[in-house]
Design a protein around this ligand. Structure first.
Ligand SMILES: Cc1cc2nc3c(=O)[nH]c(=O)nc-3n(C[C@H](O)[C@H](O)[C@H](O)COP(=O)(O)OP(=O)(O)OC[C@H]3O[C@@H](n4cnc5c(N)ncnc54)[C@H](O)[C@@H]3O)c2cc1C
Length: 434
């Protein structure tokens, strides 16, 4: 069974704290019969919805097809962290792409955060954008590296929003003794992601886009126009945007070879009341230096929203909570025994080098995916860049699509087991602290 259906109920959000606190519209109709569009967008997460909004505002007829519903995927169930930069350091990007492209890419990553901030201010106030992400370091070597990165960004990119923190200063904010220090980036932030996705969909519809839920695309017949086929209908479209991220498996071979799905899991505790301040003394989000990263923050009703476990097979484990509890109680023994009210998993796309995969996947087919856990800001921005390329401004698309994007080793049946093996190895190194 495909990932689209393996772990979720058809047309439904997962049982997350986000879904429980979002006023989502009823399911939209599914596509039936023949339609035509200037652009057909496959997938209604941040990537697809921001592409749609940009195109619809520019007067294009846009049809969006989602196998489940807008906001169903990673966009509606993630850690909400609107991080700075990319999953690789600027030094790494300079080494691979050169000075000018690295600076252009940094500028884009800043624009990506601004886009979320501006959208929240304009039409998604209930997504509660808040400033600040702290990064916790487990070892002195990690800490030296993160402080050096902060200094490098200030010196070479003029980004002065990151404060290096020693162990005491860090523990003052993040109330665990696990970290030997870290940084605080006040130019980054966090949001309620499902509310943001729902607002993006509403805004796209207001701009004239047509959204169809429960409309899984099974096949795209290339041509001009291309024919985008679902179970009960099709769209003839001059352009197609692929925005299915970790779920898109099988629809497009070039993307499929470069983007692999992995699963990540989040638990929401009961409201902690006064104990919330014993976990975090400020309303910021936190991520850390583990390979299987711990990421957490407080919800606006005082719960710990904690993510910190991955799985690399297709199916989610039957018991999600036990390991999540072990991990967050290890960090915060002071809330040991707190009830877990919600727990859920989600699927995201990763690439070999952890940079986003923005590419032309056919003459009139554009794709953006594989944001590798760094997509809350970058996915919507990349969607906007795909839209610009269709409208006729391709400079930002050219820079993003020029990033090296190796295919995953192995083919067919061997790909997933190879990935599982590699990721499990790194996760084990995490546990052993090597
Ligand atoms: C648990 C978790 C925590 C995360 N935490 C963070 C974080 O804190 N910060 C961060 O930056 N990133 C985080 N991420 C990653 C981030 O959420 C993603 O990078 C981003 O949301 C990707 O958006 P998207 O629109 O490309 O994909 P998605 O939101 O996954 O949307 C893809 C959509 O495409 C649809 N679809 C797929 N195939 C088809 C098809 N064949 N036909 C029709 N529809 C299709 C799906 O139904 C889905 O709705 C996290 C991800 C997960 C799962």
């Amino acid at each position: 069974m495909s990932l689209l259906h393996r772990n979720d109920t058809r047309g439904a959000f997962p049982p997350s704290w986000y879904a429980a606190t979002t006023d989502a519209p009823p399911l939209r109709p599914s596509l039936k019969g023949a339609e035509h569009a200037d652009v057909c967008v496959v997938g209604a997460g941040f990537t697809g919805l921001m592409a749609t909004l940009t195109l619809a505002r520019a007067g294009r007829r846009v049809i969006v097809l989602d196998a489940h519903r807008a906001g169903f995927g990673a966009s509606g169930r993630n850690g909400g962290q609107v991080g700075s930069g990319f999953n690789q350091s600027q030094q790494w990007i300079e080494k691979h792409q050169g000075h000018d492209a690295a600076h252009a890419l940094w500028g884009m990553s800043q624009a990506a955060k601004d886009l979320v901030r501006e959208n929240c201010a304009a039409f998604a106030g209930d997504a509660l954008f808040r400033d600040g992400i702290a990064h916790g370091d487990w070892s002195a070597a990690d800490c030296r590296e993160s402080h050096a990165d902060a200094e490098y960004l200030a010196k070479h990119y003029g980004y002065d929003q990151i404060s290096p923190l020693d162990a005491a200063a860090f523990q003052d904010i993040v109330r665990t003794k696990s970290y030997v220090g870290g940084t605080l980036d006040m130019g980054a932030g966090h949001i309620h992601p499902l509310r943001y996705a729902v607002a993006l969909a509403r805004e796209a519809e207001a701009a004239g886009a047509l959204l169809f839920d429960q409309s899984e695309v099974h096949h795209i017949a290339r041509g001009s126009p291309a024919k985008v086929q679902t179970g009960q209908g099709h769209v003839m479209a001059d352009h197609v945007i692929l925005a299915g991220n970790g779920y898109l498996s099988g629809i497009n071979k070039p993307v499929n070879a470069r983007v692999m799905p992995i699963n990540s899991f989040i638990a929401a505790t009961e409201p902690l009341g006064d104990r919330a301040a014993e976990v975090l003394s400020r309303d910021i989000a936190v991520a850390d230096s583990k390979f299987v990263v711990n990421y957490f923050r407080l919800s606006h009703d005082g719960r710990l929203l904690y993510g910190g476990r991955e799985s690399y097979g297709l199916g989610f484990p039957t018991d999600i909570t036990t390991k999540l509890r072990e991990r967050f109680e290890g960090l915060f023994p002071q809330i040991k025994g707190a009830a877990i009210d919600y727990a859920w998993g989600g699927t995201l796309g990763i690439t070999m080098n952890r940079m986003p995969c923005v590419m032309r996947a056919g003459p009139n087919i554009l794709s953006a995916s594989g944001f590798s856990g760094h997509g809350v800001a970058l996915s919507g921005f990349s969607g906007q860049v795909l839209a610009e390329a269709i409208i006729g401004q391709s400079d930002r698309f050219d820079i993003l699509s020029d990033l090296p994007m190796p295919v995953f080793p192995g083919a067919g049946a061997f790909r997933a087991p190879l990935l599982t093996l590699a990721m499990t190895w790194y996760a084990m190194r995490d546990r052993l602290g090597v």
